[in-house]
Design a protein around this ligand. Sequence first.
Ligand SMILES: Cc1cc2nc3c(=O)[nH]c(=O)nc-3n(C[C@H](O)[C@H](O)[C@H](O)COP(=O)(O)OP(=O)(O)OC[C@H]3O[C@@H](n4cnc5c(N)ncnc54)[C@H](O)[C@@H]3O)c2cc1C
Length: 473
Amino acid sequence: MHSGARMSSSAWPARALADARPSVFWLDDPARPAALPPLHGAVSADLVVVGGGYTGLWAALRAKERDPSLDVVLLEAGQCGDQASGRNGGFASASLTHGFSNGMARWPQEMAELDRLGAENLRAIGETVRRHGVDCGWEETGELSVATAPHEADELATLAEDLRSAGHEARFLDGPAVRREVCSPTYLAGLWEPQSTAMVEPARLGWGLRRAVLDAGVRVHEGTLATGLDQEGSGVVVRTAAGEVRARDVVLATNAFPSLLRRLRLMSVPVYDYVLLSEPLSAGQLASVGWEHRQGVGDSSNMFHYYRLTRDNRILWGGYDAVYHFGSRIHRSLEQGPTHQRLAEHFFTTFPQLDGLRFTHRWAGVIDTCTRFAPFFGTAYRGRVAYALGYTGLGVAATRFGADVALDLLSGEETERTRLQMVREKPLPFPPEPLRYAGVQLTRWSMARADANGGRRNLWLRALDRAGLGFDS
Ligand SMILES: Cc1cc2nc3c(=O)[nH]c(=O)nc-3n(C[C@H](O)[C@H](O)[C@H](O)COP(=O)(O)OP(=O)(O)OC[C@H]3O[C@@H](n4cnc5c(N)ncnc54)[C@H](O)[C@@H]3O)c2cc1C
């Protein structure tokens, strides 16, 4: 949502936020498991995974699924699933490319293959959830994109045709039809992709994967920050504050956090994404919105919002600003900010019929944005260390694919994944500071202006487009 003219003018948004707790709704759950003990002393393993978000947990699980005899250790600085993987919107998208349009712009010749692999990947996540009995509210609802400006309606109509010609199920909805799905006076059109996305409760998915990994015999150490890597013989040593792991292979799954490989530190930037969560809607409030198909919803501006219902019919409402802090700073104090107030205003502009609804939780998390918006992969230490990073806000499902790619790369075998140009190519890095900060701010400012100007992109954005570069969340 971009237009100042559509801002809610009542005083309610500020009051609606007054009692919101600065904590992550998904992590604030009695199902949260107790922490596992940190690593003390020296141990060895076949594979050590650094990072216990979805990428690391999938890497450990997929490694055991491929070879149950493999000895695997996972090191997590905090608790598994506490970072992006436990605080996201829970849109598990089949897209491996941060959306069809981004994929088509970059890898048109292999989009059919990427789409097939993405659909298989999403299906496999659903199967894993069912096989392990993970109670994470997995709902195969699809996703609804909504247009709140005329140029966005045109873009959605074109996208619907492009998707259909690529074999996807995509229904273009005019104003009345989209408002019958989810009722907002701001909607001008919509695009419903019923197969593209499943909704999930993010932290519970992470905890379910952690349980599956433990059941498979992986040794998980929480509260264990990996501080460095060293080559040793044909393997690698991962150092921690109070111990070390000697292993043949290492998967780095540290997402937006400073990489143990210095050369990766300019490849992505940590960007804060903000979220609000409402109290449960009453039956009457829910009826006023409709939303019978419970799809994930996203609007179509550059500075977009994403939103969804929870199991108990609260609304999670996130996005809009993607905030980068100078020097790639990550700190707990940055998880609260003025974006929450803006999000509250936009919420009541979208759903004026919910005036009076309160927010109970407000939080933020970091995403790892890279200049191509889609994950990238690689190896170091003579092929003994592999990484998968750069999901740029669309990693709930793509992390399983990323984990598989990392394991493929360590195996040294060519697979349908490692053959992909998307996997072989790397994005261009961001420049060092202070240029990085200036570039990101200029891009964000230009994107907001484009939203307010009927989608017209200024010289800076057009230059970035030509170079295949960008900044997104
Ligand atoms: C607010 C928000 C909303 C989002 N919404 C969506 C969405 O709806 N759909 C979607 O597809 N994606 C979404 N995303 C993105 C998605 O959550 C991520 O792409 C995904 O969770 C990345 O998983 P990961 O395992 O790579 O990273 P993380 O979950 O960040 O895990 C990395 C882990 O590594 C650990 N770590 C880091 N350094 C070290 C070290 N040196 N030693 C040990 N451990 C270390 C960290 O503590 C962390 O637990 C969202 C992200 C945010 C923040």
